[in-house]
Design a protein around this ligand. Structure first.
Ligand code: SAH
Ligand code: SF4
Ligand code: F3S
Length: 485
C-alpha cells in the first residue's frame, strides 16, 4: 500500500495542465502575472518552464509605447506556428492575451490574430479560469469591460491557499527575499502622452488590512523586502484599521511593524502626491530604503504644462530639496520623455539642466511615442524621429555620467546589503544596496536571505563590489545607574 503513494502522486502530476506566462511592461504586470498563475492554479494549471511545453500560453502585454505593442503581434506570429505544430502532434494549445494591449485593442487582436483564443484586460483577471474553460470548449472571448471590473477581487478574493502554495513551491526553487505588493491600481491624472488611464482605469486603493495580510504572508515565506506598487503609488489612500483614511506614509510605518519585514520601497510616485507624511517617513523610518523614483518627464515648464503634469520645474526642484533635507543620502531616479510634440532645443536644454541640478542615480528615458486616443498624439507639431534619437543619446549620456558619480560616491561606505542569490563566480554572492545597485561579495551562500554589512570597495559597470564588514559590536547595554542618571 505504502509503495503506491508515489505512483498516485505522479499520476496526479501528469493530469495537471501547464501554463506559461510571458510578461512585458512594468512591475505591475510582473505582479499581475503571478496573480494570474494563482487564479489558474484553482483551475488545475501548474507553471510550465517553457512556452513549448505549455497547454496555455498567456502574453501579459504593455501598450505604453508603439514598440511595446508591436512586440505582441510579432510574438503572436511565432505562437501561431507553435500552436499549429502542437495541433499536428495531436496536442491542443490555447493562447491568451492579457494586460494593457488586450485592454486597448482586444477586438483588433482577435481580428488580426486568429490563433488567439481569449483576450482579458487587467480589470478582469478574476474571470480568467472561466475564460480558459470557454476557450477549451472552443469559444473565443474578449473580457475588457470596465463595467464588470472587479480587479481587486482578484487580489483580495483569490483563494489564499493557492497563493501560499505558489510561494511554497517558489521557496523550494529560487526563493525570493524581495517581493512586489500592489497597493494601488489605475490613474486619474491623464498626462496627455499616456495610455495608462485608459488601459488601467480609474485609481483604486486596497484597504490596509488586505495589504498587511499579504505582506505577512510574504514574510512568512521568507521575504524580507517588499516594494509597494502602484501606477501612482503615492496617491494611495486606504481605510486604516481605525476606520480613518490613511496615506502612504502611515501605511509604511504600519507595515514596518511586521516582524521580519526589514526593508520597504515603493514605486512609482507622482511629484504632486509627495505629502509631508511620506517625506517624514523618509526621515524617520529606518526600514524605508533611501531610494525614490520620482519621474519629472521634462525640465521645461512649457512642456510640463503641455503634458498636463500640473507642476512646474520649480515645484519639482523644491520637492527634491525637501526630500533630500529629510534623507540626505537618498538616491533619486527619474523617467524622461524626449521629443514631446513642440519640444524645442531650448526646452530640451531645460531637461538636461534639471538632470545636472538633481544629479540622478538612475533614469529611464524614452523617445516620445504617439499613442492612439491620447491628446498629444494628434498635435501637429510632432518632433522628427532623427531629432528625438539625437536628443535621447545626449540625455542618456548625461544620465549615465550622473549615475556613475552617484554610484562612485557609495565606494568606501559601509552599507547594509540584502543577499539574494549566488553570484556568477564560485564563492560569490549578490545582494542589493539600499540604493538598489547589485553588490557582489565573496562570502558563504549561507548568508543568502540575510542582511549583512558590506564595505563597498569598487565600482563595476552596473554594480558594486565589496567585502563583508567586521561584525558590528554588540550595542552596549547601559548599566542601571547610567540609565537613571
Ligand atoms: N505613473 C508614472 C509613469 C508610468 S508610465 C508617472 O507618472 O511618472 C512609465 C513611463 O513611460 C513614464 O514615466 C514615461 O516616461 C513613459 N511614457 C509613458 N507614455 C509614453 C509615451 N507615449 N511615449 C514615450 N514614453 C512614455
Ligand atoms: Fe501616465 Fe501620467 Fe498617470 Fe503616470 S501620472 S500613469 S504618466 S497618466
Ligand atoms: Fe505598460 Fe500597462 Fe504597465 S501600458 S507600463 S503594462 S500599466
Amino acid at each position: 500500500m505504502l509503495g503506491q503513494a508515489p505512483d498516485v502522486m505522479s499520476g496526479l502530476d501528469r493530469d495537471l495542465k501547464k501554463v506559461f506566462v510571458k510578461t512585458y511592461g512594468c512591475q505591475m504586470n510582473v505582479y499581475d502575472s503571478e496573480r494570474m498563475m494563482d487564479a489558474l492554479a484553482t483551475a488545475g494549471y501548474a507553471a510550465a518552464e517553457t512556452a513549448e511545453s505549455a497547454d496555455l500560453i498567456l502574453l501579459n502585454t504593455c501598450h505604453i509605447r508603439e514598440r511595446a505593442s508591436e512586440k505582441v503581434y510579432s510574438e503572436l506570429g511565432r505562437l501561431r506556428v507553435l500552436k499549429g505544430e502542437a495541433a499536428e502532434a495531436g496536442r491542443k494549445v490555447l493562447i491568451g492575451v492579457a494586460g494593457c494591449v488586450a485592454q486597448a485593442e482586444g477586438a483588433e487582436i482577435m481580428r488580426r490574430a486568429p490563433a488567439v483564443d481569449l483576450v482579458v484586460g487587467p480589470q478582469s483577471y478574476q474571470r480568467l479560469p472561466a475564460l480558459v474553460a470557454d476557450a477549451a470548449a472552443g469559444k473565443r472571448s474578449i473580457e475588457t469591460d470596465f463595467a464588470v471590473a472587479q480587479k481587486f477581487s482578484v487580489l483580495d478574493g483569490l483563494p489564499r491557499g493557492e497563493e501560499s502554495r505558489r510561494l511554497d513551491r517558489e521557496a523550494t526553487r529560487d526563493k525570493n527575499y524581495s517581493a512586489f505588493l500592489t497597493v494601488q491600481e489605475g490613474c486619474d491624472k491623464f498626462c496627455t502622452f499616456c495610455v495608462v488611464p485608459y488601459t488601467r482605469g480609474a485609481e483604486v486603493s486596497r484597504p490596509v488590512a488586505a495589504i498587511a495580510a499579504e505582506a505577512q504572508r510574504l514574510v512568512a515565506h521568507g521575504v524580507r523586502e517588499v516594494t509597494l506598487l502602484g501606477q501612482n503609488v503615492n496617491a494611495w489612500h486606504g481605510e486604516g484599521p481605525d476606520g480613518n483614511d490613511w496615506g502612504l506614509g502611515r501605511l509604511l510605518f504600519h507595515l514596518a511593524e511586521i516582524p521580519g519585514l526589514d526593508r520597504l520601497r515603493y514605486t512609482t510616485s507622482h511629484p504632486r502626491d509627495m505629502d509631508d507624511a511620506l517625506i517624514a517617513a523618509h526621515r524617520d523610518l529606518p526600514a524605508l530604503m533611501p531610494y525614490l523614483h520620482l519621474p519629472v518627464q521634462s525640465g521645461s515648464d512649457r512642456i510640463l504644462a503641455a503634458m498636463n503634469r500640473r507642476h512646474s520645474r520649480a515645484d519639482y526642484l523644491r520637492l527634491v530639496d525637501r526630500v533630500r533635507a529629510a534623507r540626505p543620502d537618498i538616491a533619486l531616479s527619474c523617467d524622461f520623455i524626449v521629443g514631446f510634440p513642440g519640444e524645442t532645443e531650448a526646452d530640451f536644454a531645460d531637461t538636461l539642466s534639471i538632470i545636472d541640478t538633481v544629479g540622478y542615480a538612475a533614469a529611464f528615458s524614452f523617445k516620445y511615442s504617439p499613442r492612439p486616443g491620447t491628446p498629444a498624439a494628434t498635435q501637429a507639431d510632432q518632433v522628427p524621429e532623427a531629432e528625438k534619437s539625437e536628443r535621447l543619446q545626449r540625455l542618456q549620456a548625461s544620465v549615465n555620467r550622473h549615475a556613475r558619480v552617484f554610484n562612485a560616491s557609495t565606494v568606501g561606505r559601509t552599507a547594509e546589503v540584502l543577499f539574494e542569490r549566488k553570484g556568477k563566480r564560485p564563492g560569490q554572492i549578490v545582494g542589493r544596496s539600499p540604493w538598489l545597485l547589485p553588490v557582489h561579495v565573496d562570502a558563504s551562500a549561507t548568508l543568502i536571505g540575510t542582511i549583512g554589512r558590506v564595505v563597498i570597495e569598487t565600482l563595476g559597470t552596473n554594480s558594486l563590489n565589496g567585502r563583508l564588514a567586521a561584525p558590528a559590536a554588540e550595542p552596549r547595554i547601559p548599566l542601571p545607574m547610567e540609565a537613571t542618571a
